[in-house]
Write a protein that binds this ligand. Structure first.
Ligand code: SF4
Length: 249
């Protein structure tokens, strides 16, 4: 085949198709590079940098999820520099966020010997849980800003644009436009954001309630009460609208 690219990853020679990322090339020879923001269903933007690798001749580490394989590249996926960078990223995340619901990241922390106590002065992101809709909760104290939820809500899947980044720097968080509640946004409750969230920052309400020790029976009662209240409100709104129309006619 023409245009194929041969490179070396961790001492193994591999030939790949043009436009193959270093992440995919490594995968083809069974080398696992850790990822957090990368997801097979979303566009990669190298936001988390956990997938960095060392490429001979490059001054800085390269994010494997977006950098394409090049002819004769010499790539190290676990050099000392790479391991140190990944460990630091994990420690920074753990020192500011609640990662208790992020099993993959916790496994990485064990693997890299990352110590959350490394940055004792770090300010923790403690944000109140947002419980504004019947389907899911948003706990941004657990959000690593991977952007996956925003991407599936937009061009990568749903084209709904209910959520996006808001704020800057440390204050950056995922939110709705004008900080409206989810029901007031364009959300269609497709659940794709919840499905791609790697940290439990977005969680189905039922799962959350079960974790709080509420029984499935109690949850059923709670949701039927909610439905009845909603129907009542809708009925009242319909009647008010009817009355208004009568007055106008
Ligand atoms: S809410 Fe979840 S999916 Fe969205 S940016 Fe935060 S961690 Fe990523």
């Amino acid at each position: 085949m023409t245009n194929e690219i041969t490179l070396n990853i961790d001492g193994q020679e591999i030939t790949v198709e043009p436009d193959t990322t270093l992440l995919d090339a490594a995968k083809q020879i069974g080398i696992n590079i850790p990822t957090i923001c990368w997801h097979e269903a979303t566009t990669s933007y190298a936001l988390c940098r956990i997938c960095v690798v060392e490429v001979e001749g490059q001054r800085v580490l390269q994010p494997a999820c977006i950098v394409k394989a090049g002819a004769d590249m010499q790539v190290q996926t676990r050099s000392e520099k790479v391991v140190r960078a990944r460990k630091t990223i994990l420690e920074m995340l753990a020192s500011t966020l609640d990662l208790s619901d992020a099993p993959e990241i916790l496994t990485m922390m064990d693997e890299y010997g990352a110590s959350p106590e490394r940055f004792p002065e770090a300010e923790r992101r403690e944000i109140e849980i947002k419980d504004d809709n019947p389907m899911y909760l948003r706990d941004y104290s657990k959000c690593v800003l991977c952007w996956r939820c925003v991407q599936v809500c937009a061009e990568d899947a749903q084209y709904t644009y209910a959520i996006n980044f808001s704020g800057r720097g440390f204050e950056t968080e995922i939110g709705t436009f004008f900080d409206r509640t989810i029901p007031e946004s364009t959300c269609v409750f497709c659940g794709q954001c919840v499905a791609v969230c790697p940290t439990g920052a977005l969680k189905p309400k039922r799962e959350f309630l079960l974790e709080q020790g509420i029984s499935p029976e109690e949850i059923t009662v709670m949701s039927s009460g909610r439905k009845q209240r909603k129907n009542k409100t809708n009925r009242k709104e319909r009647e008010e609208r009817k009355e208004k129309n009568k007055e106008l006619s």
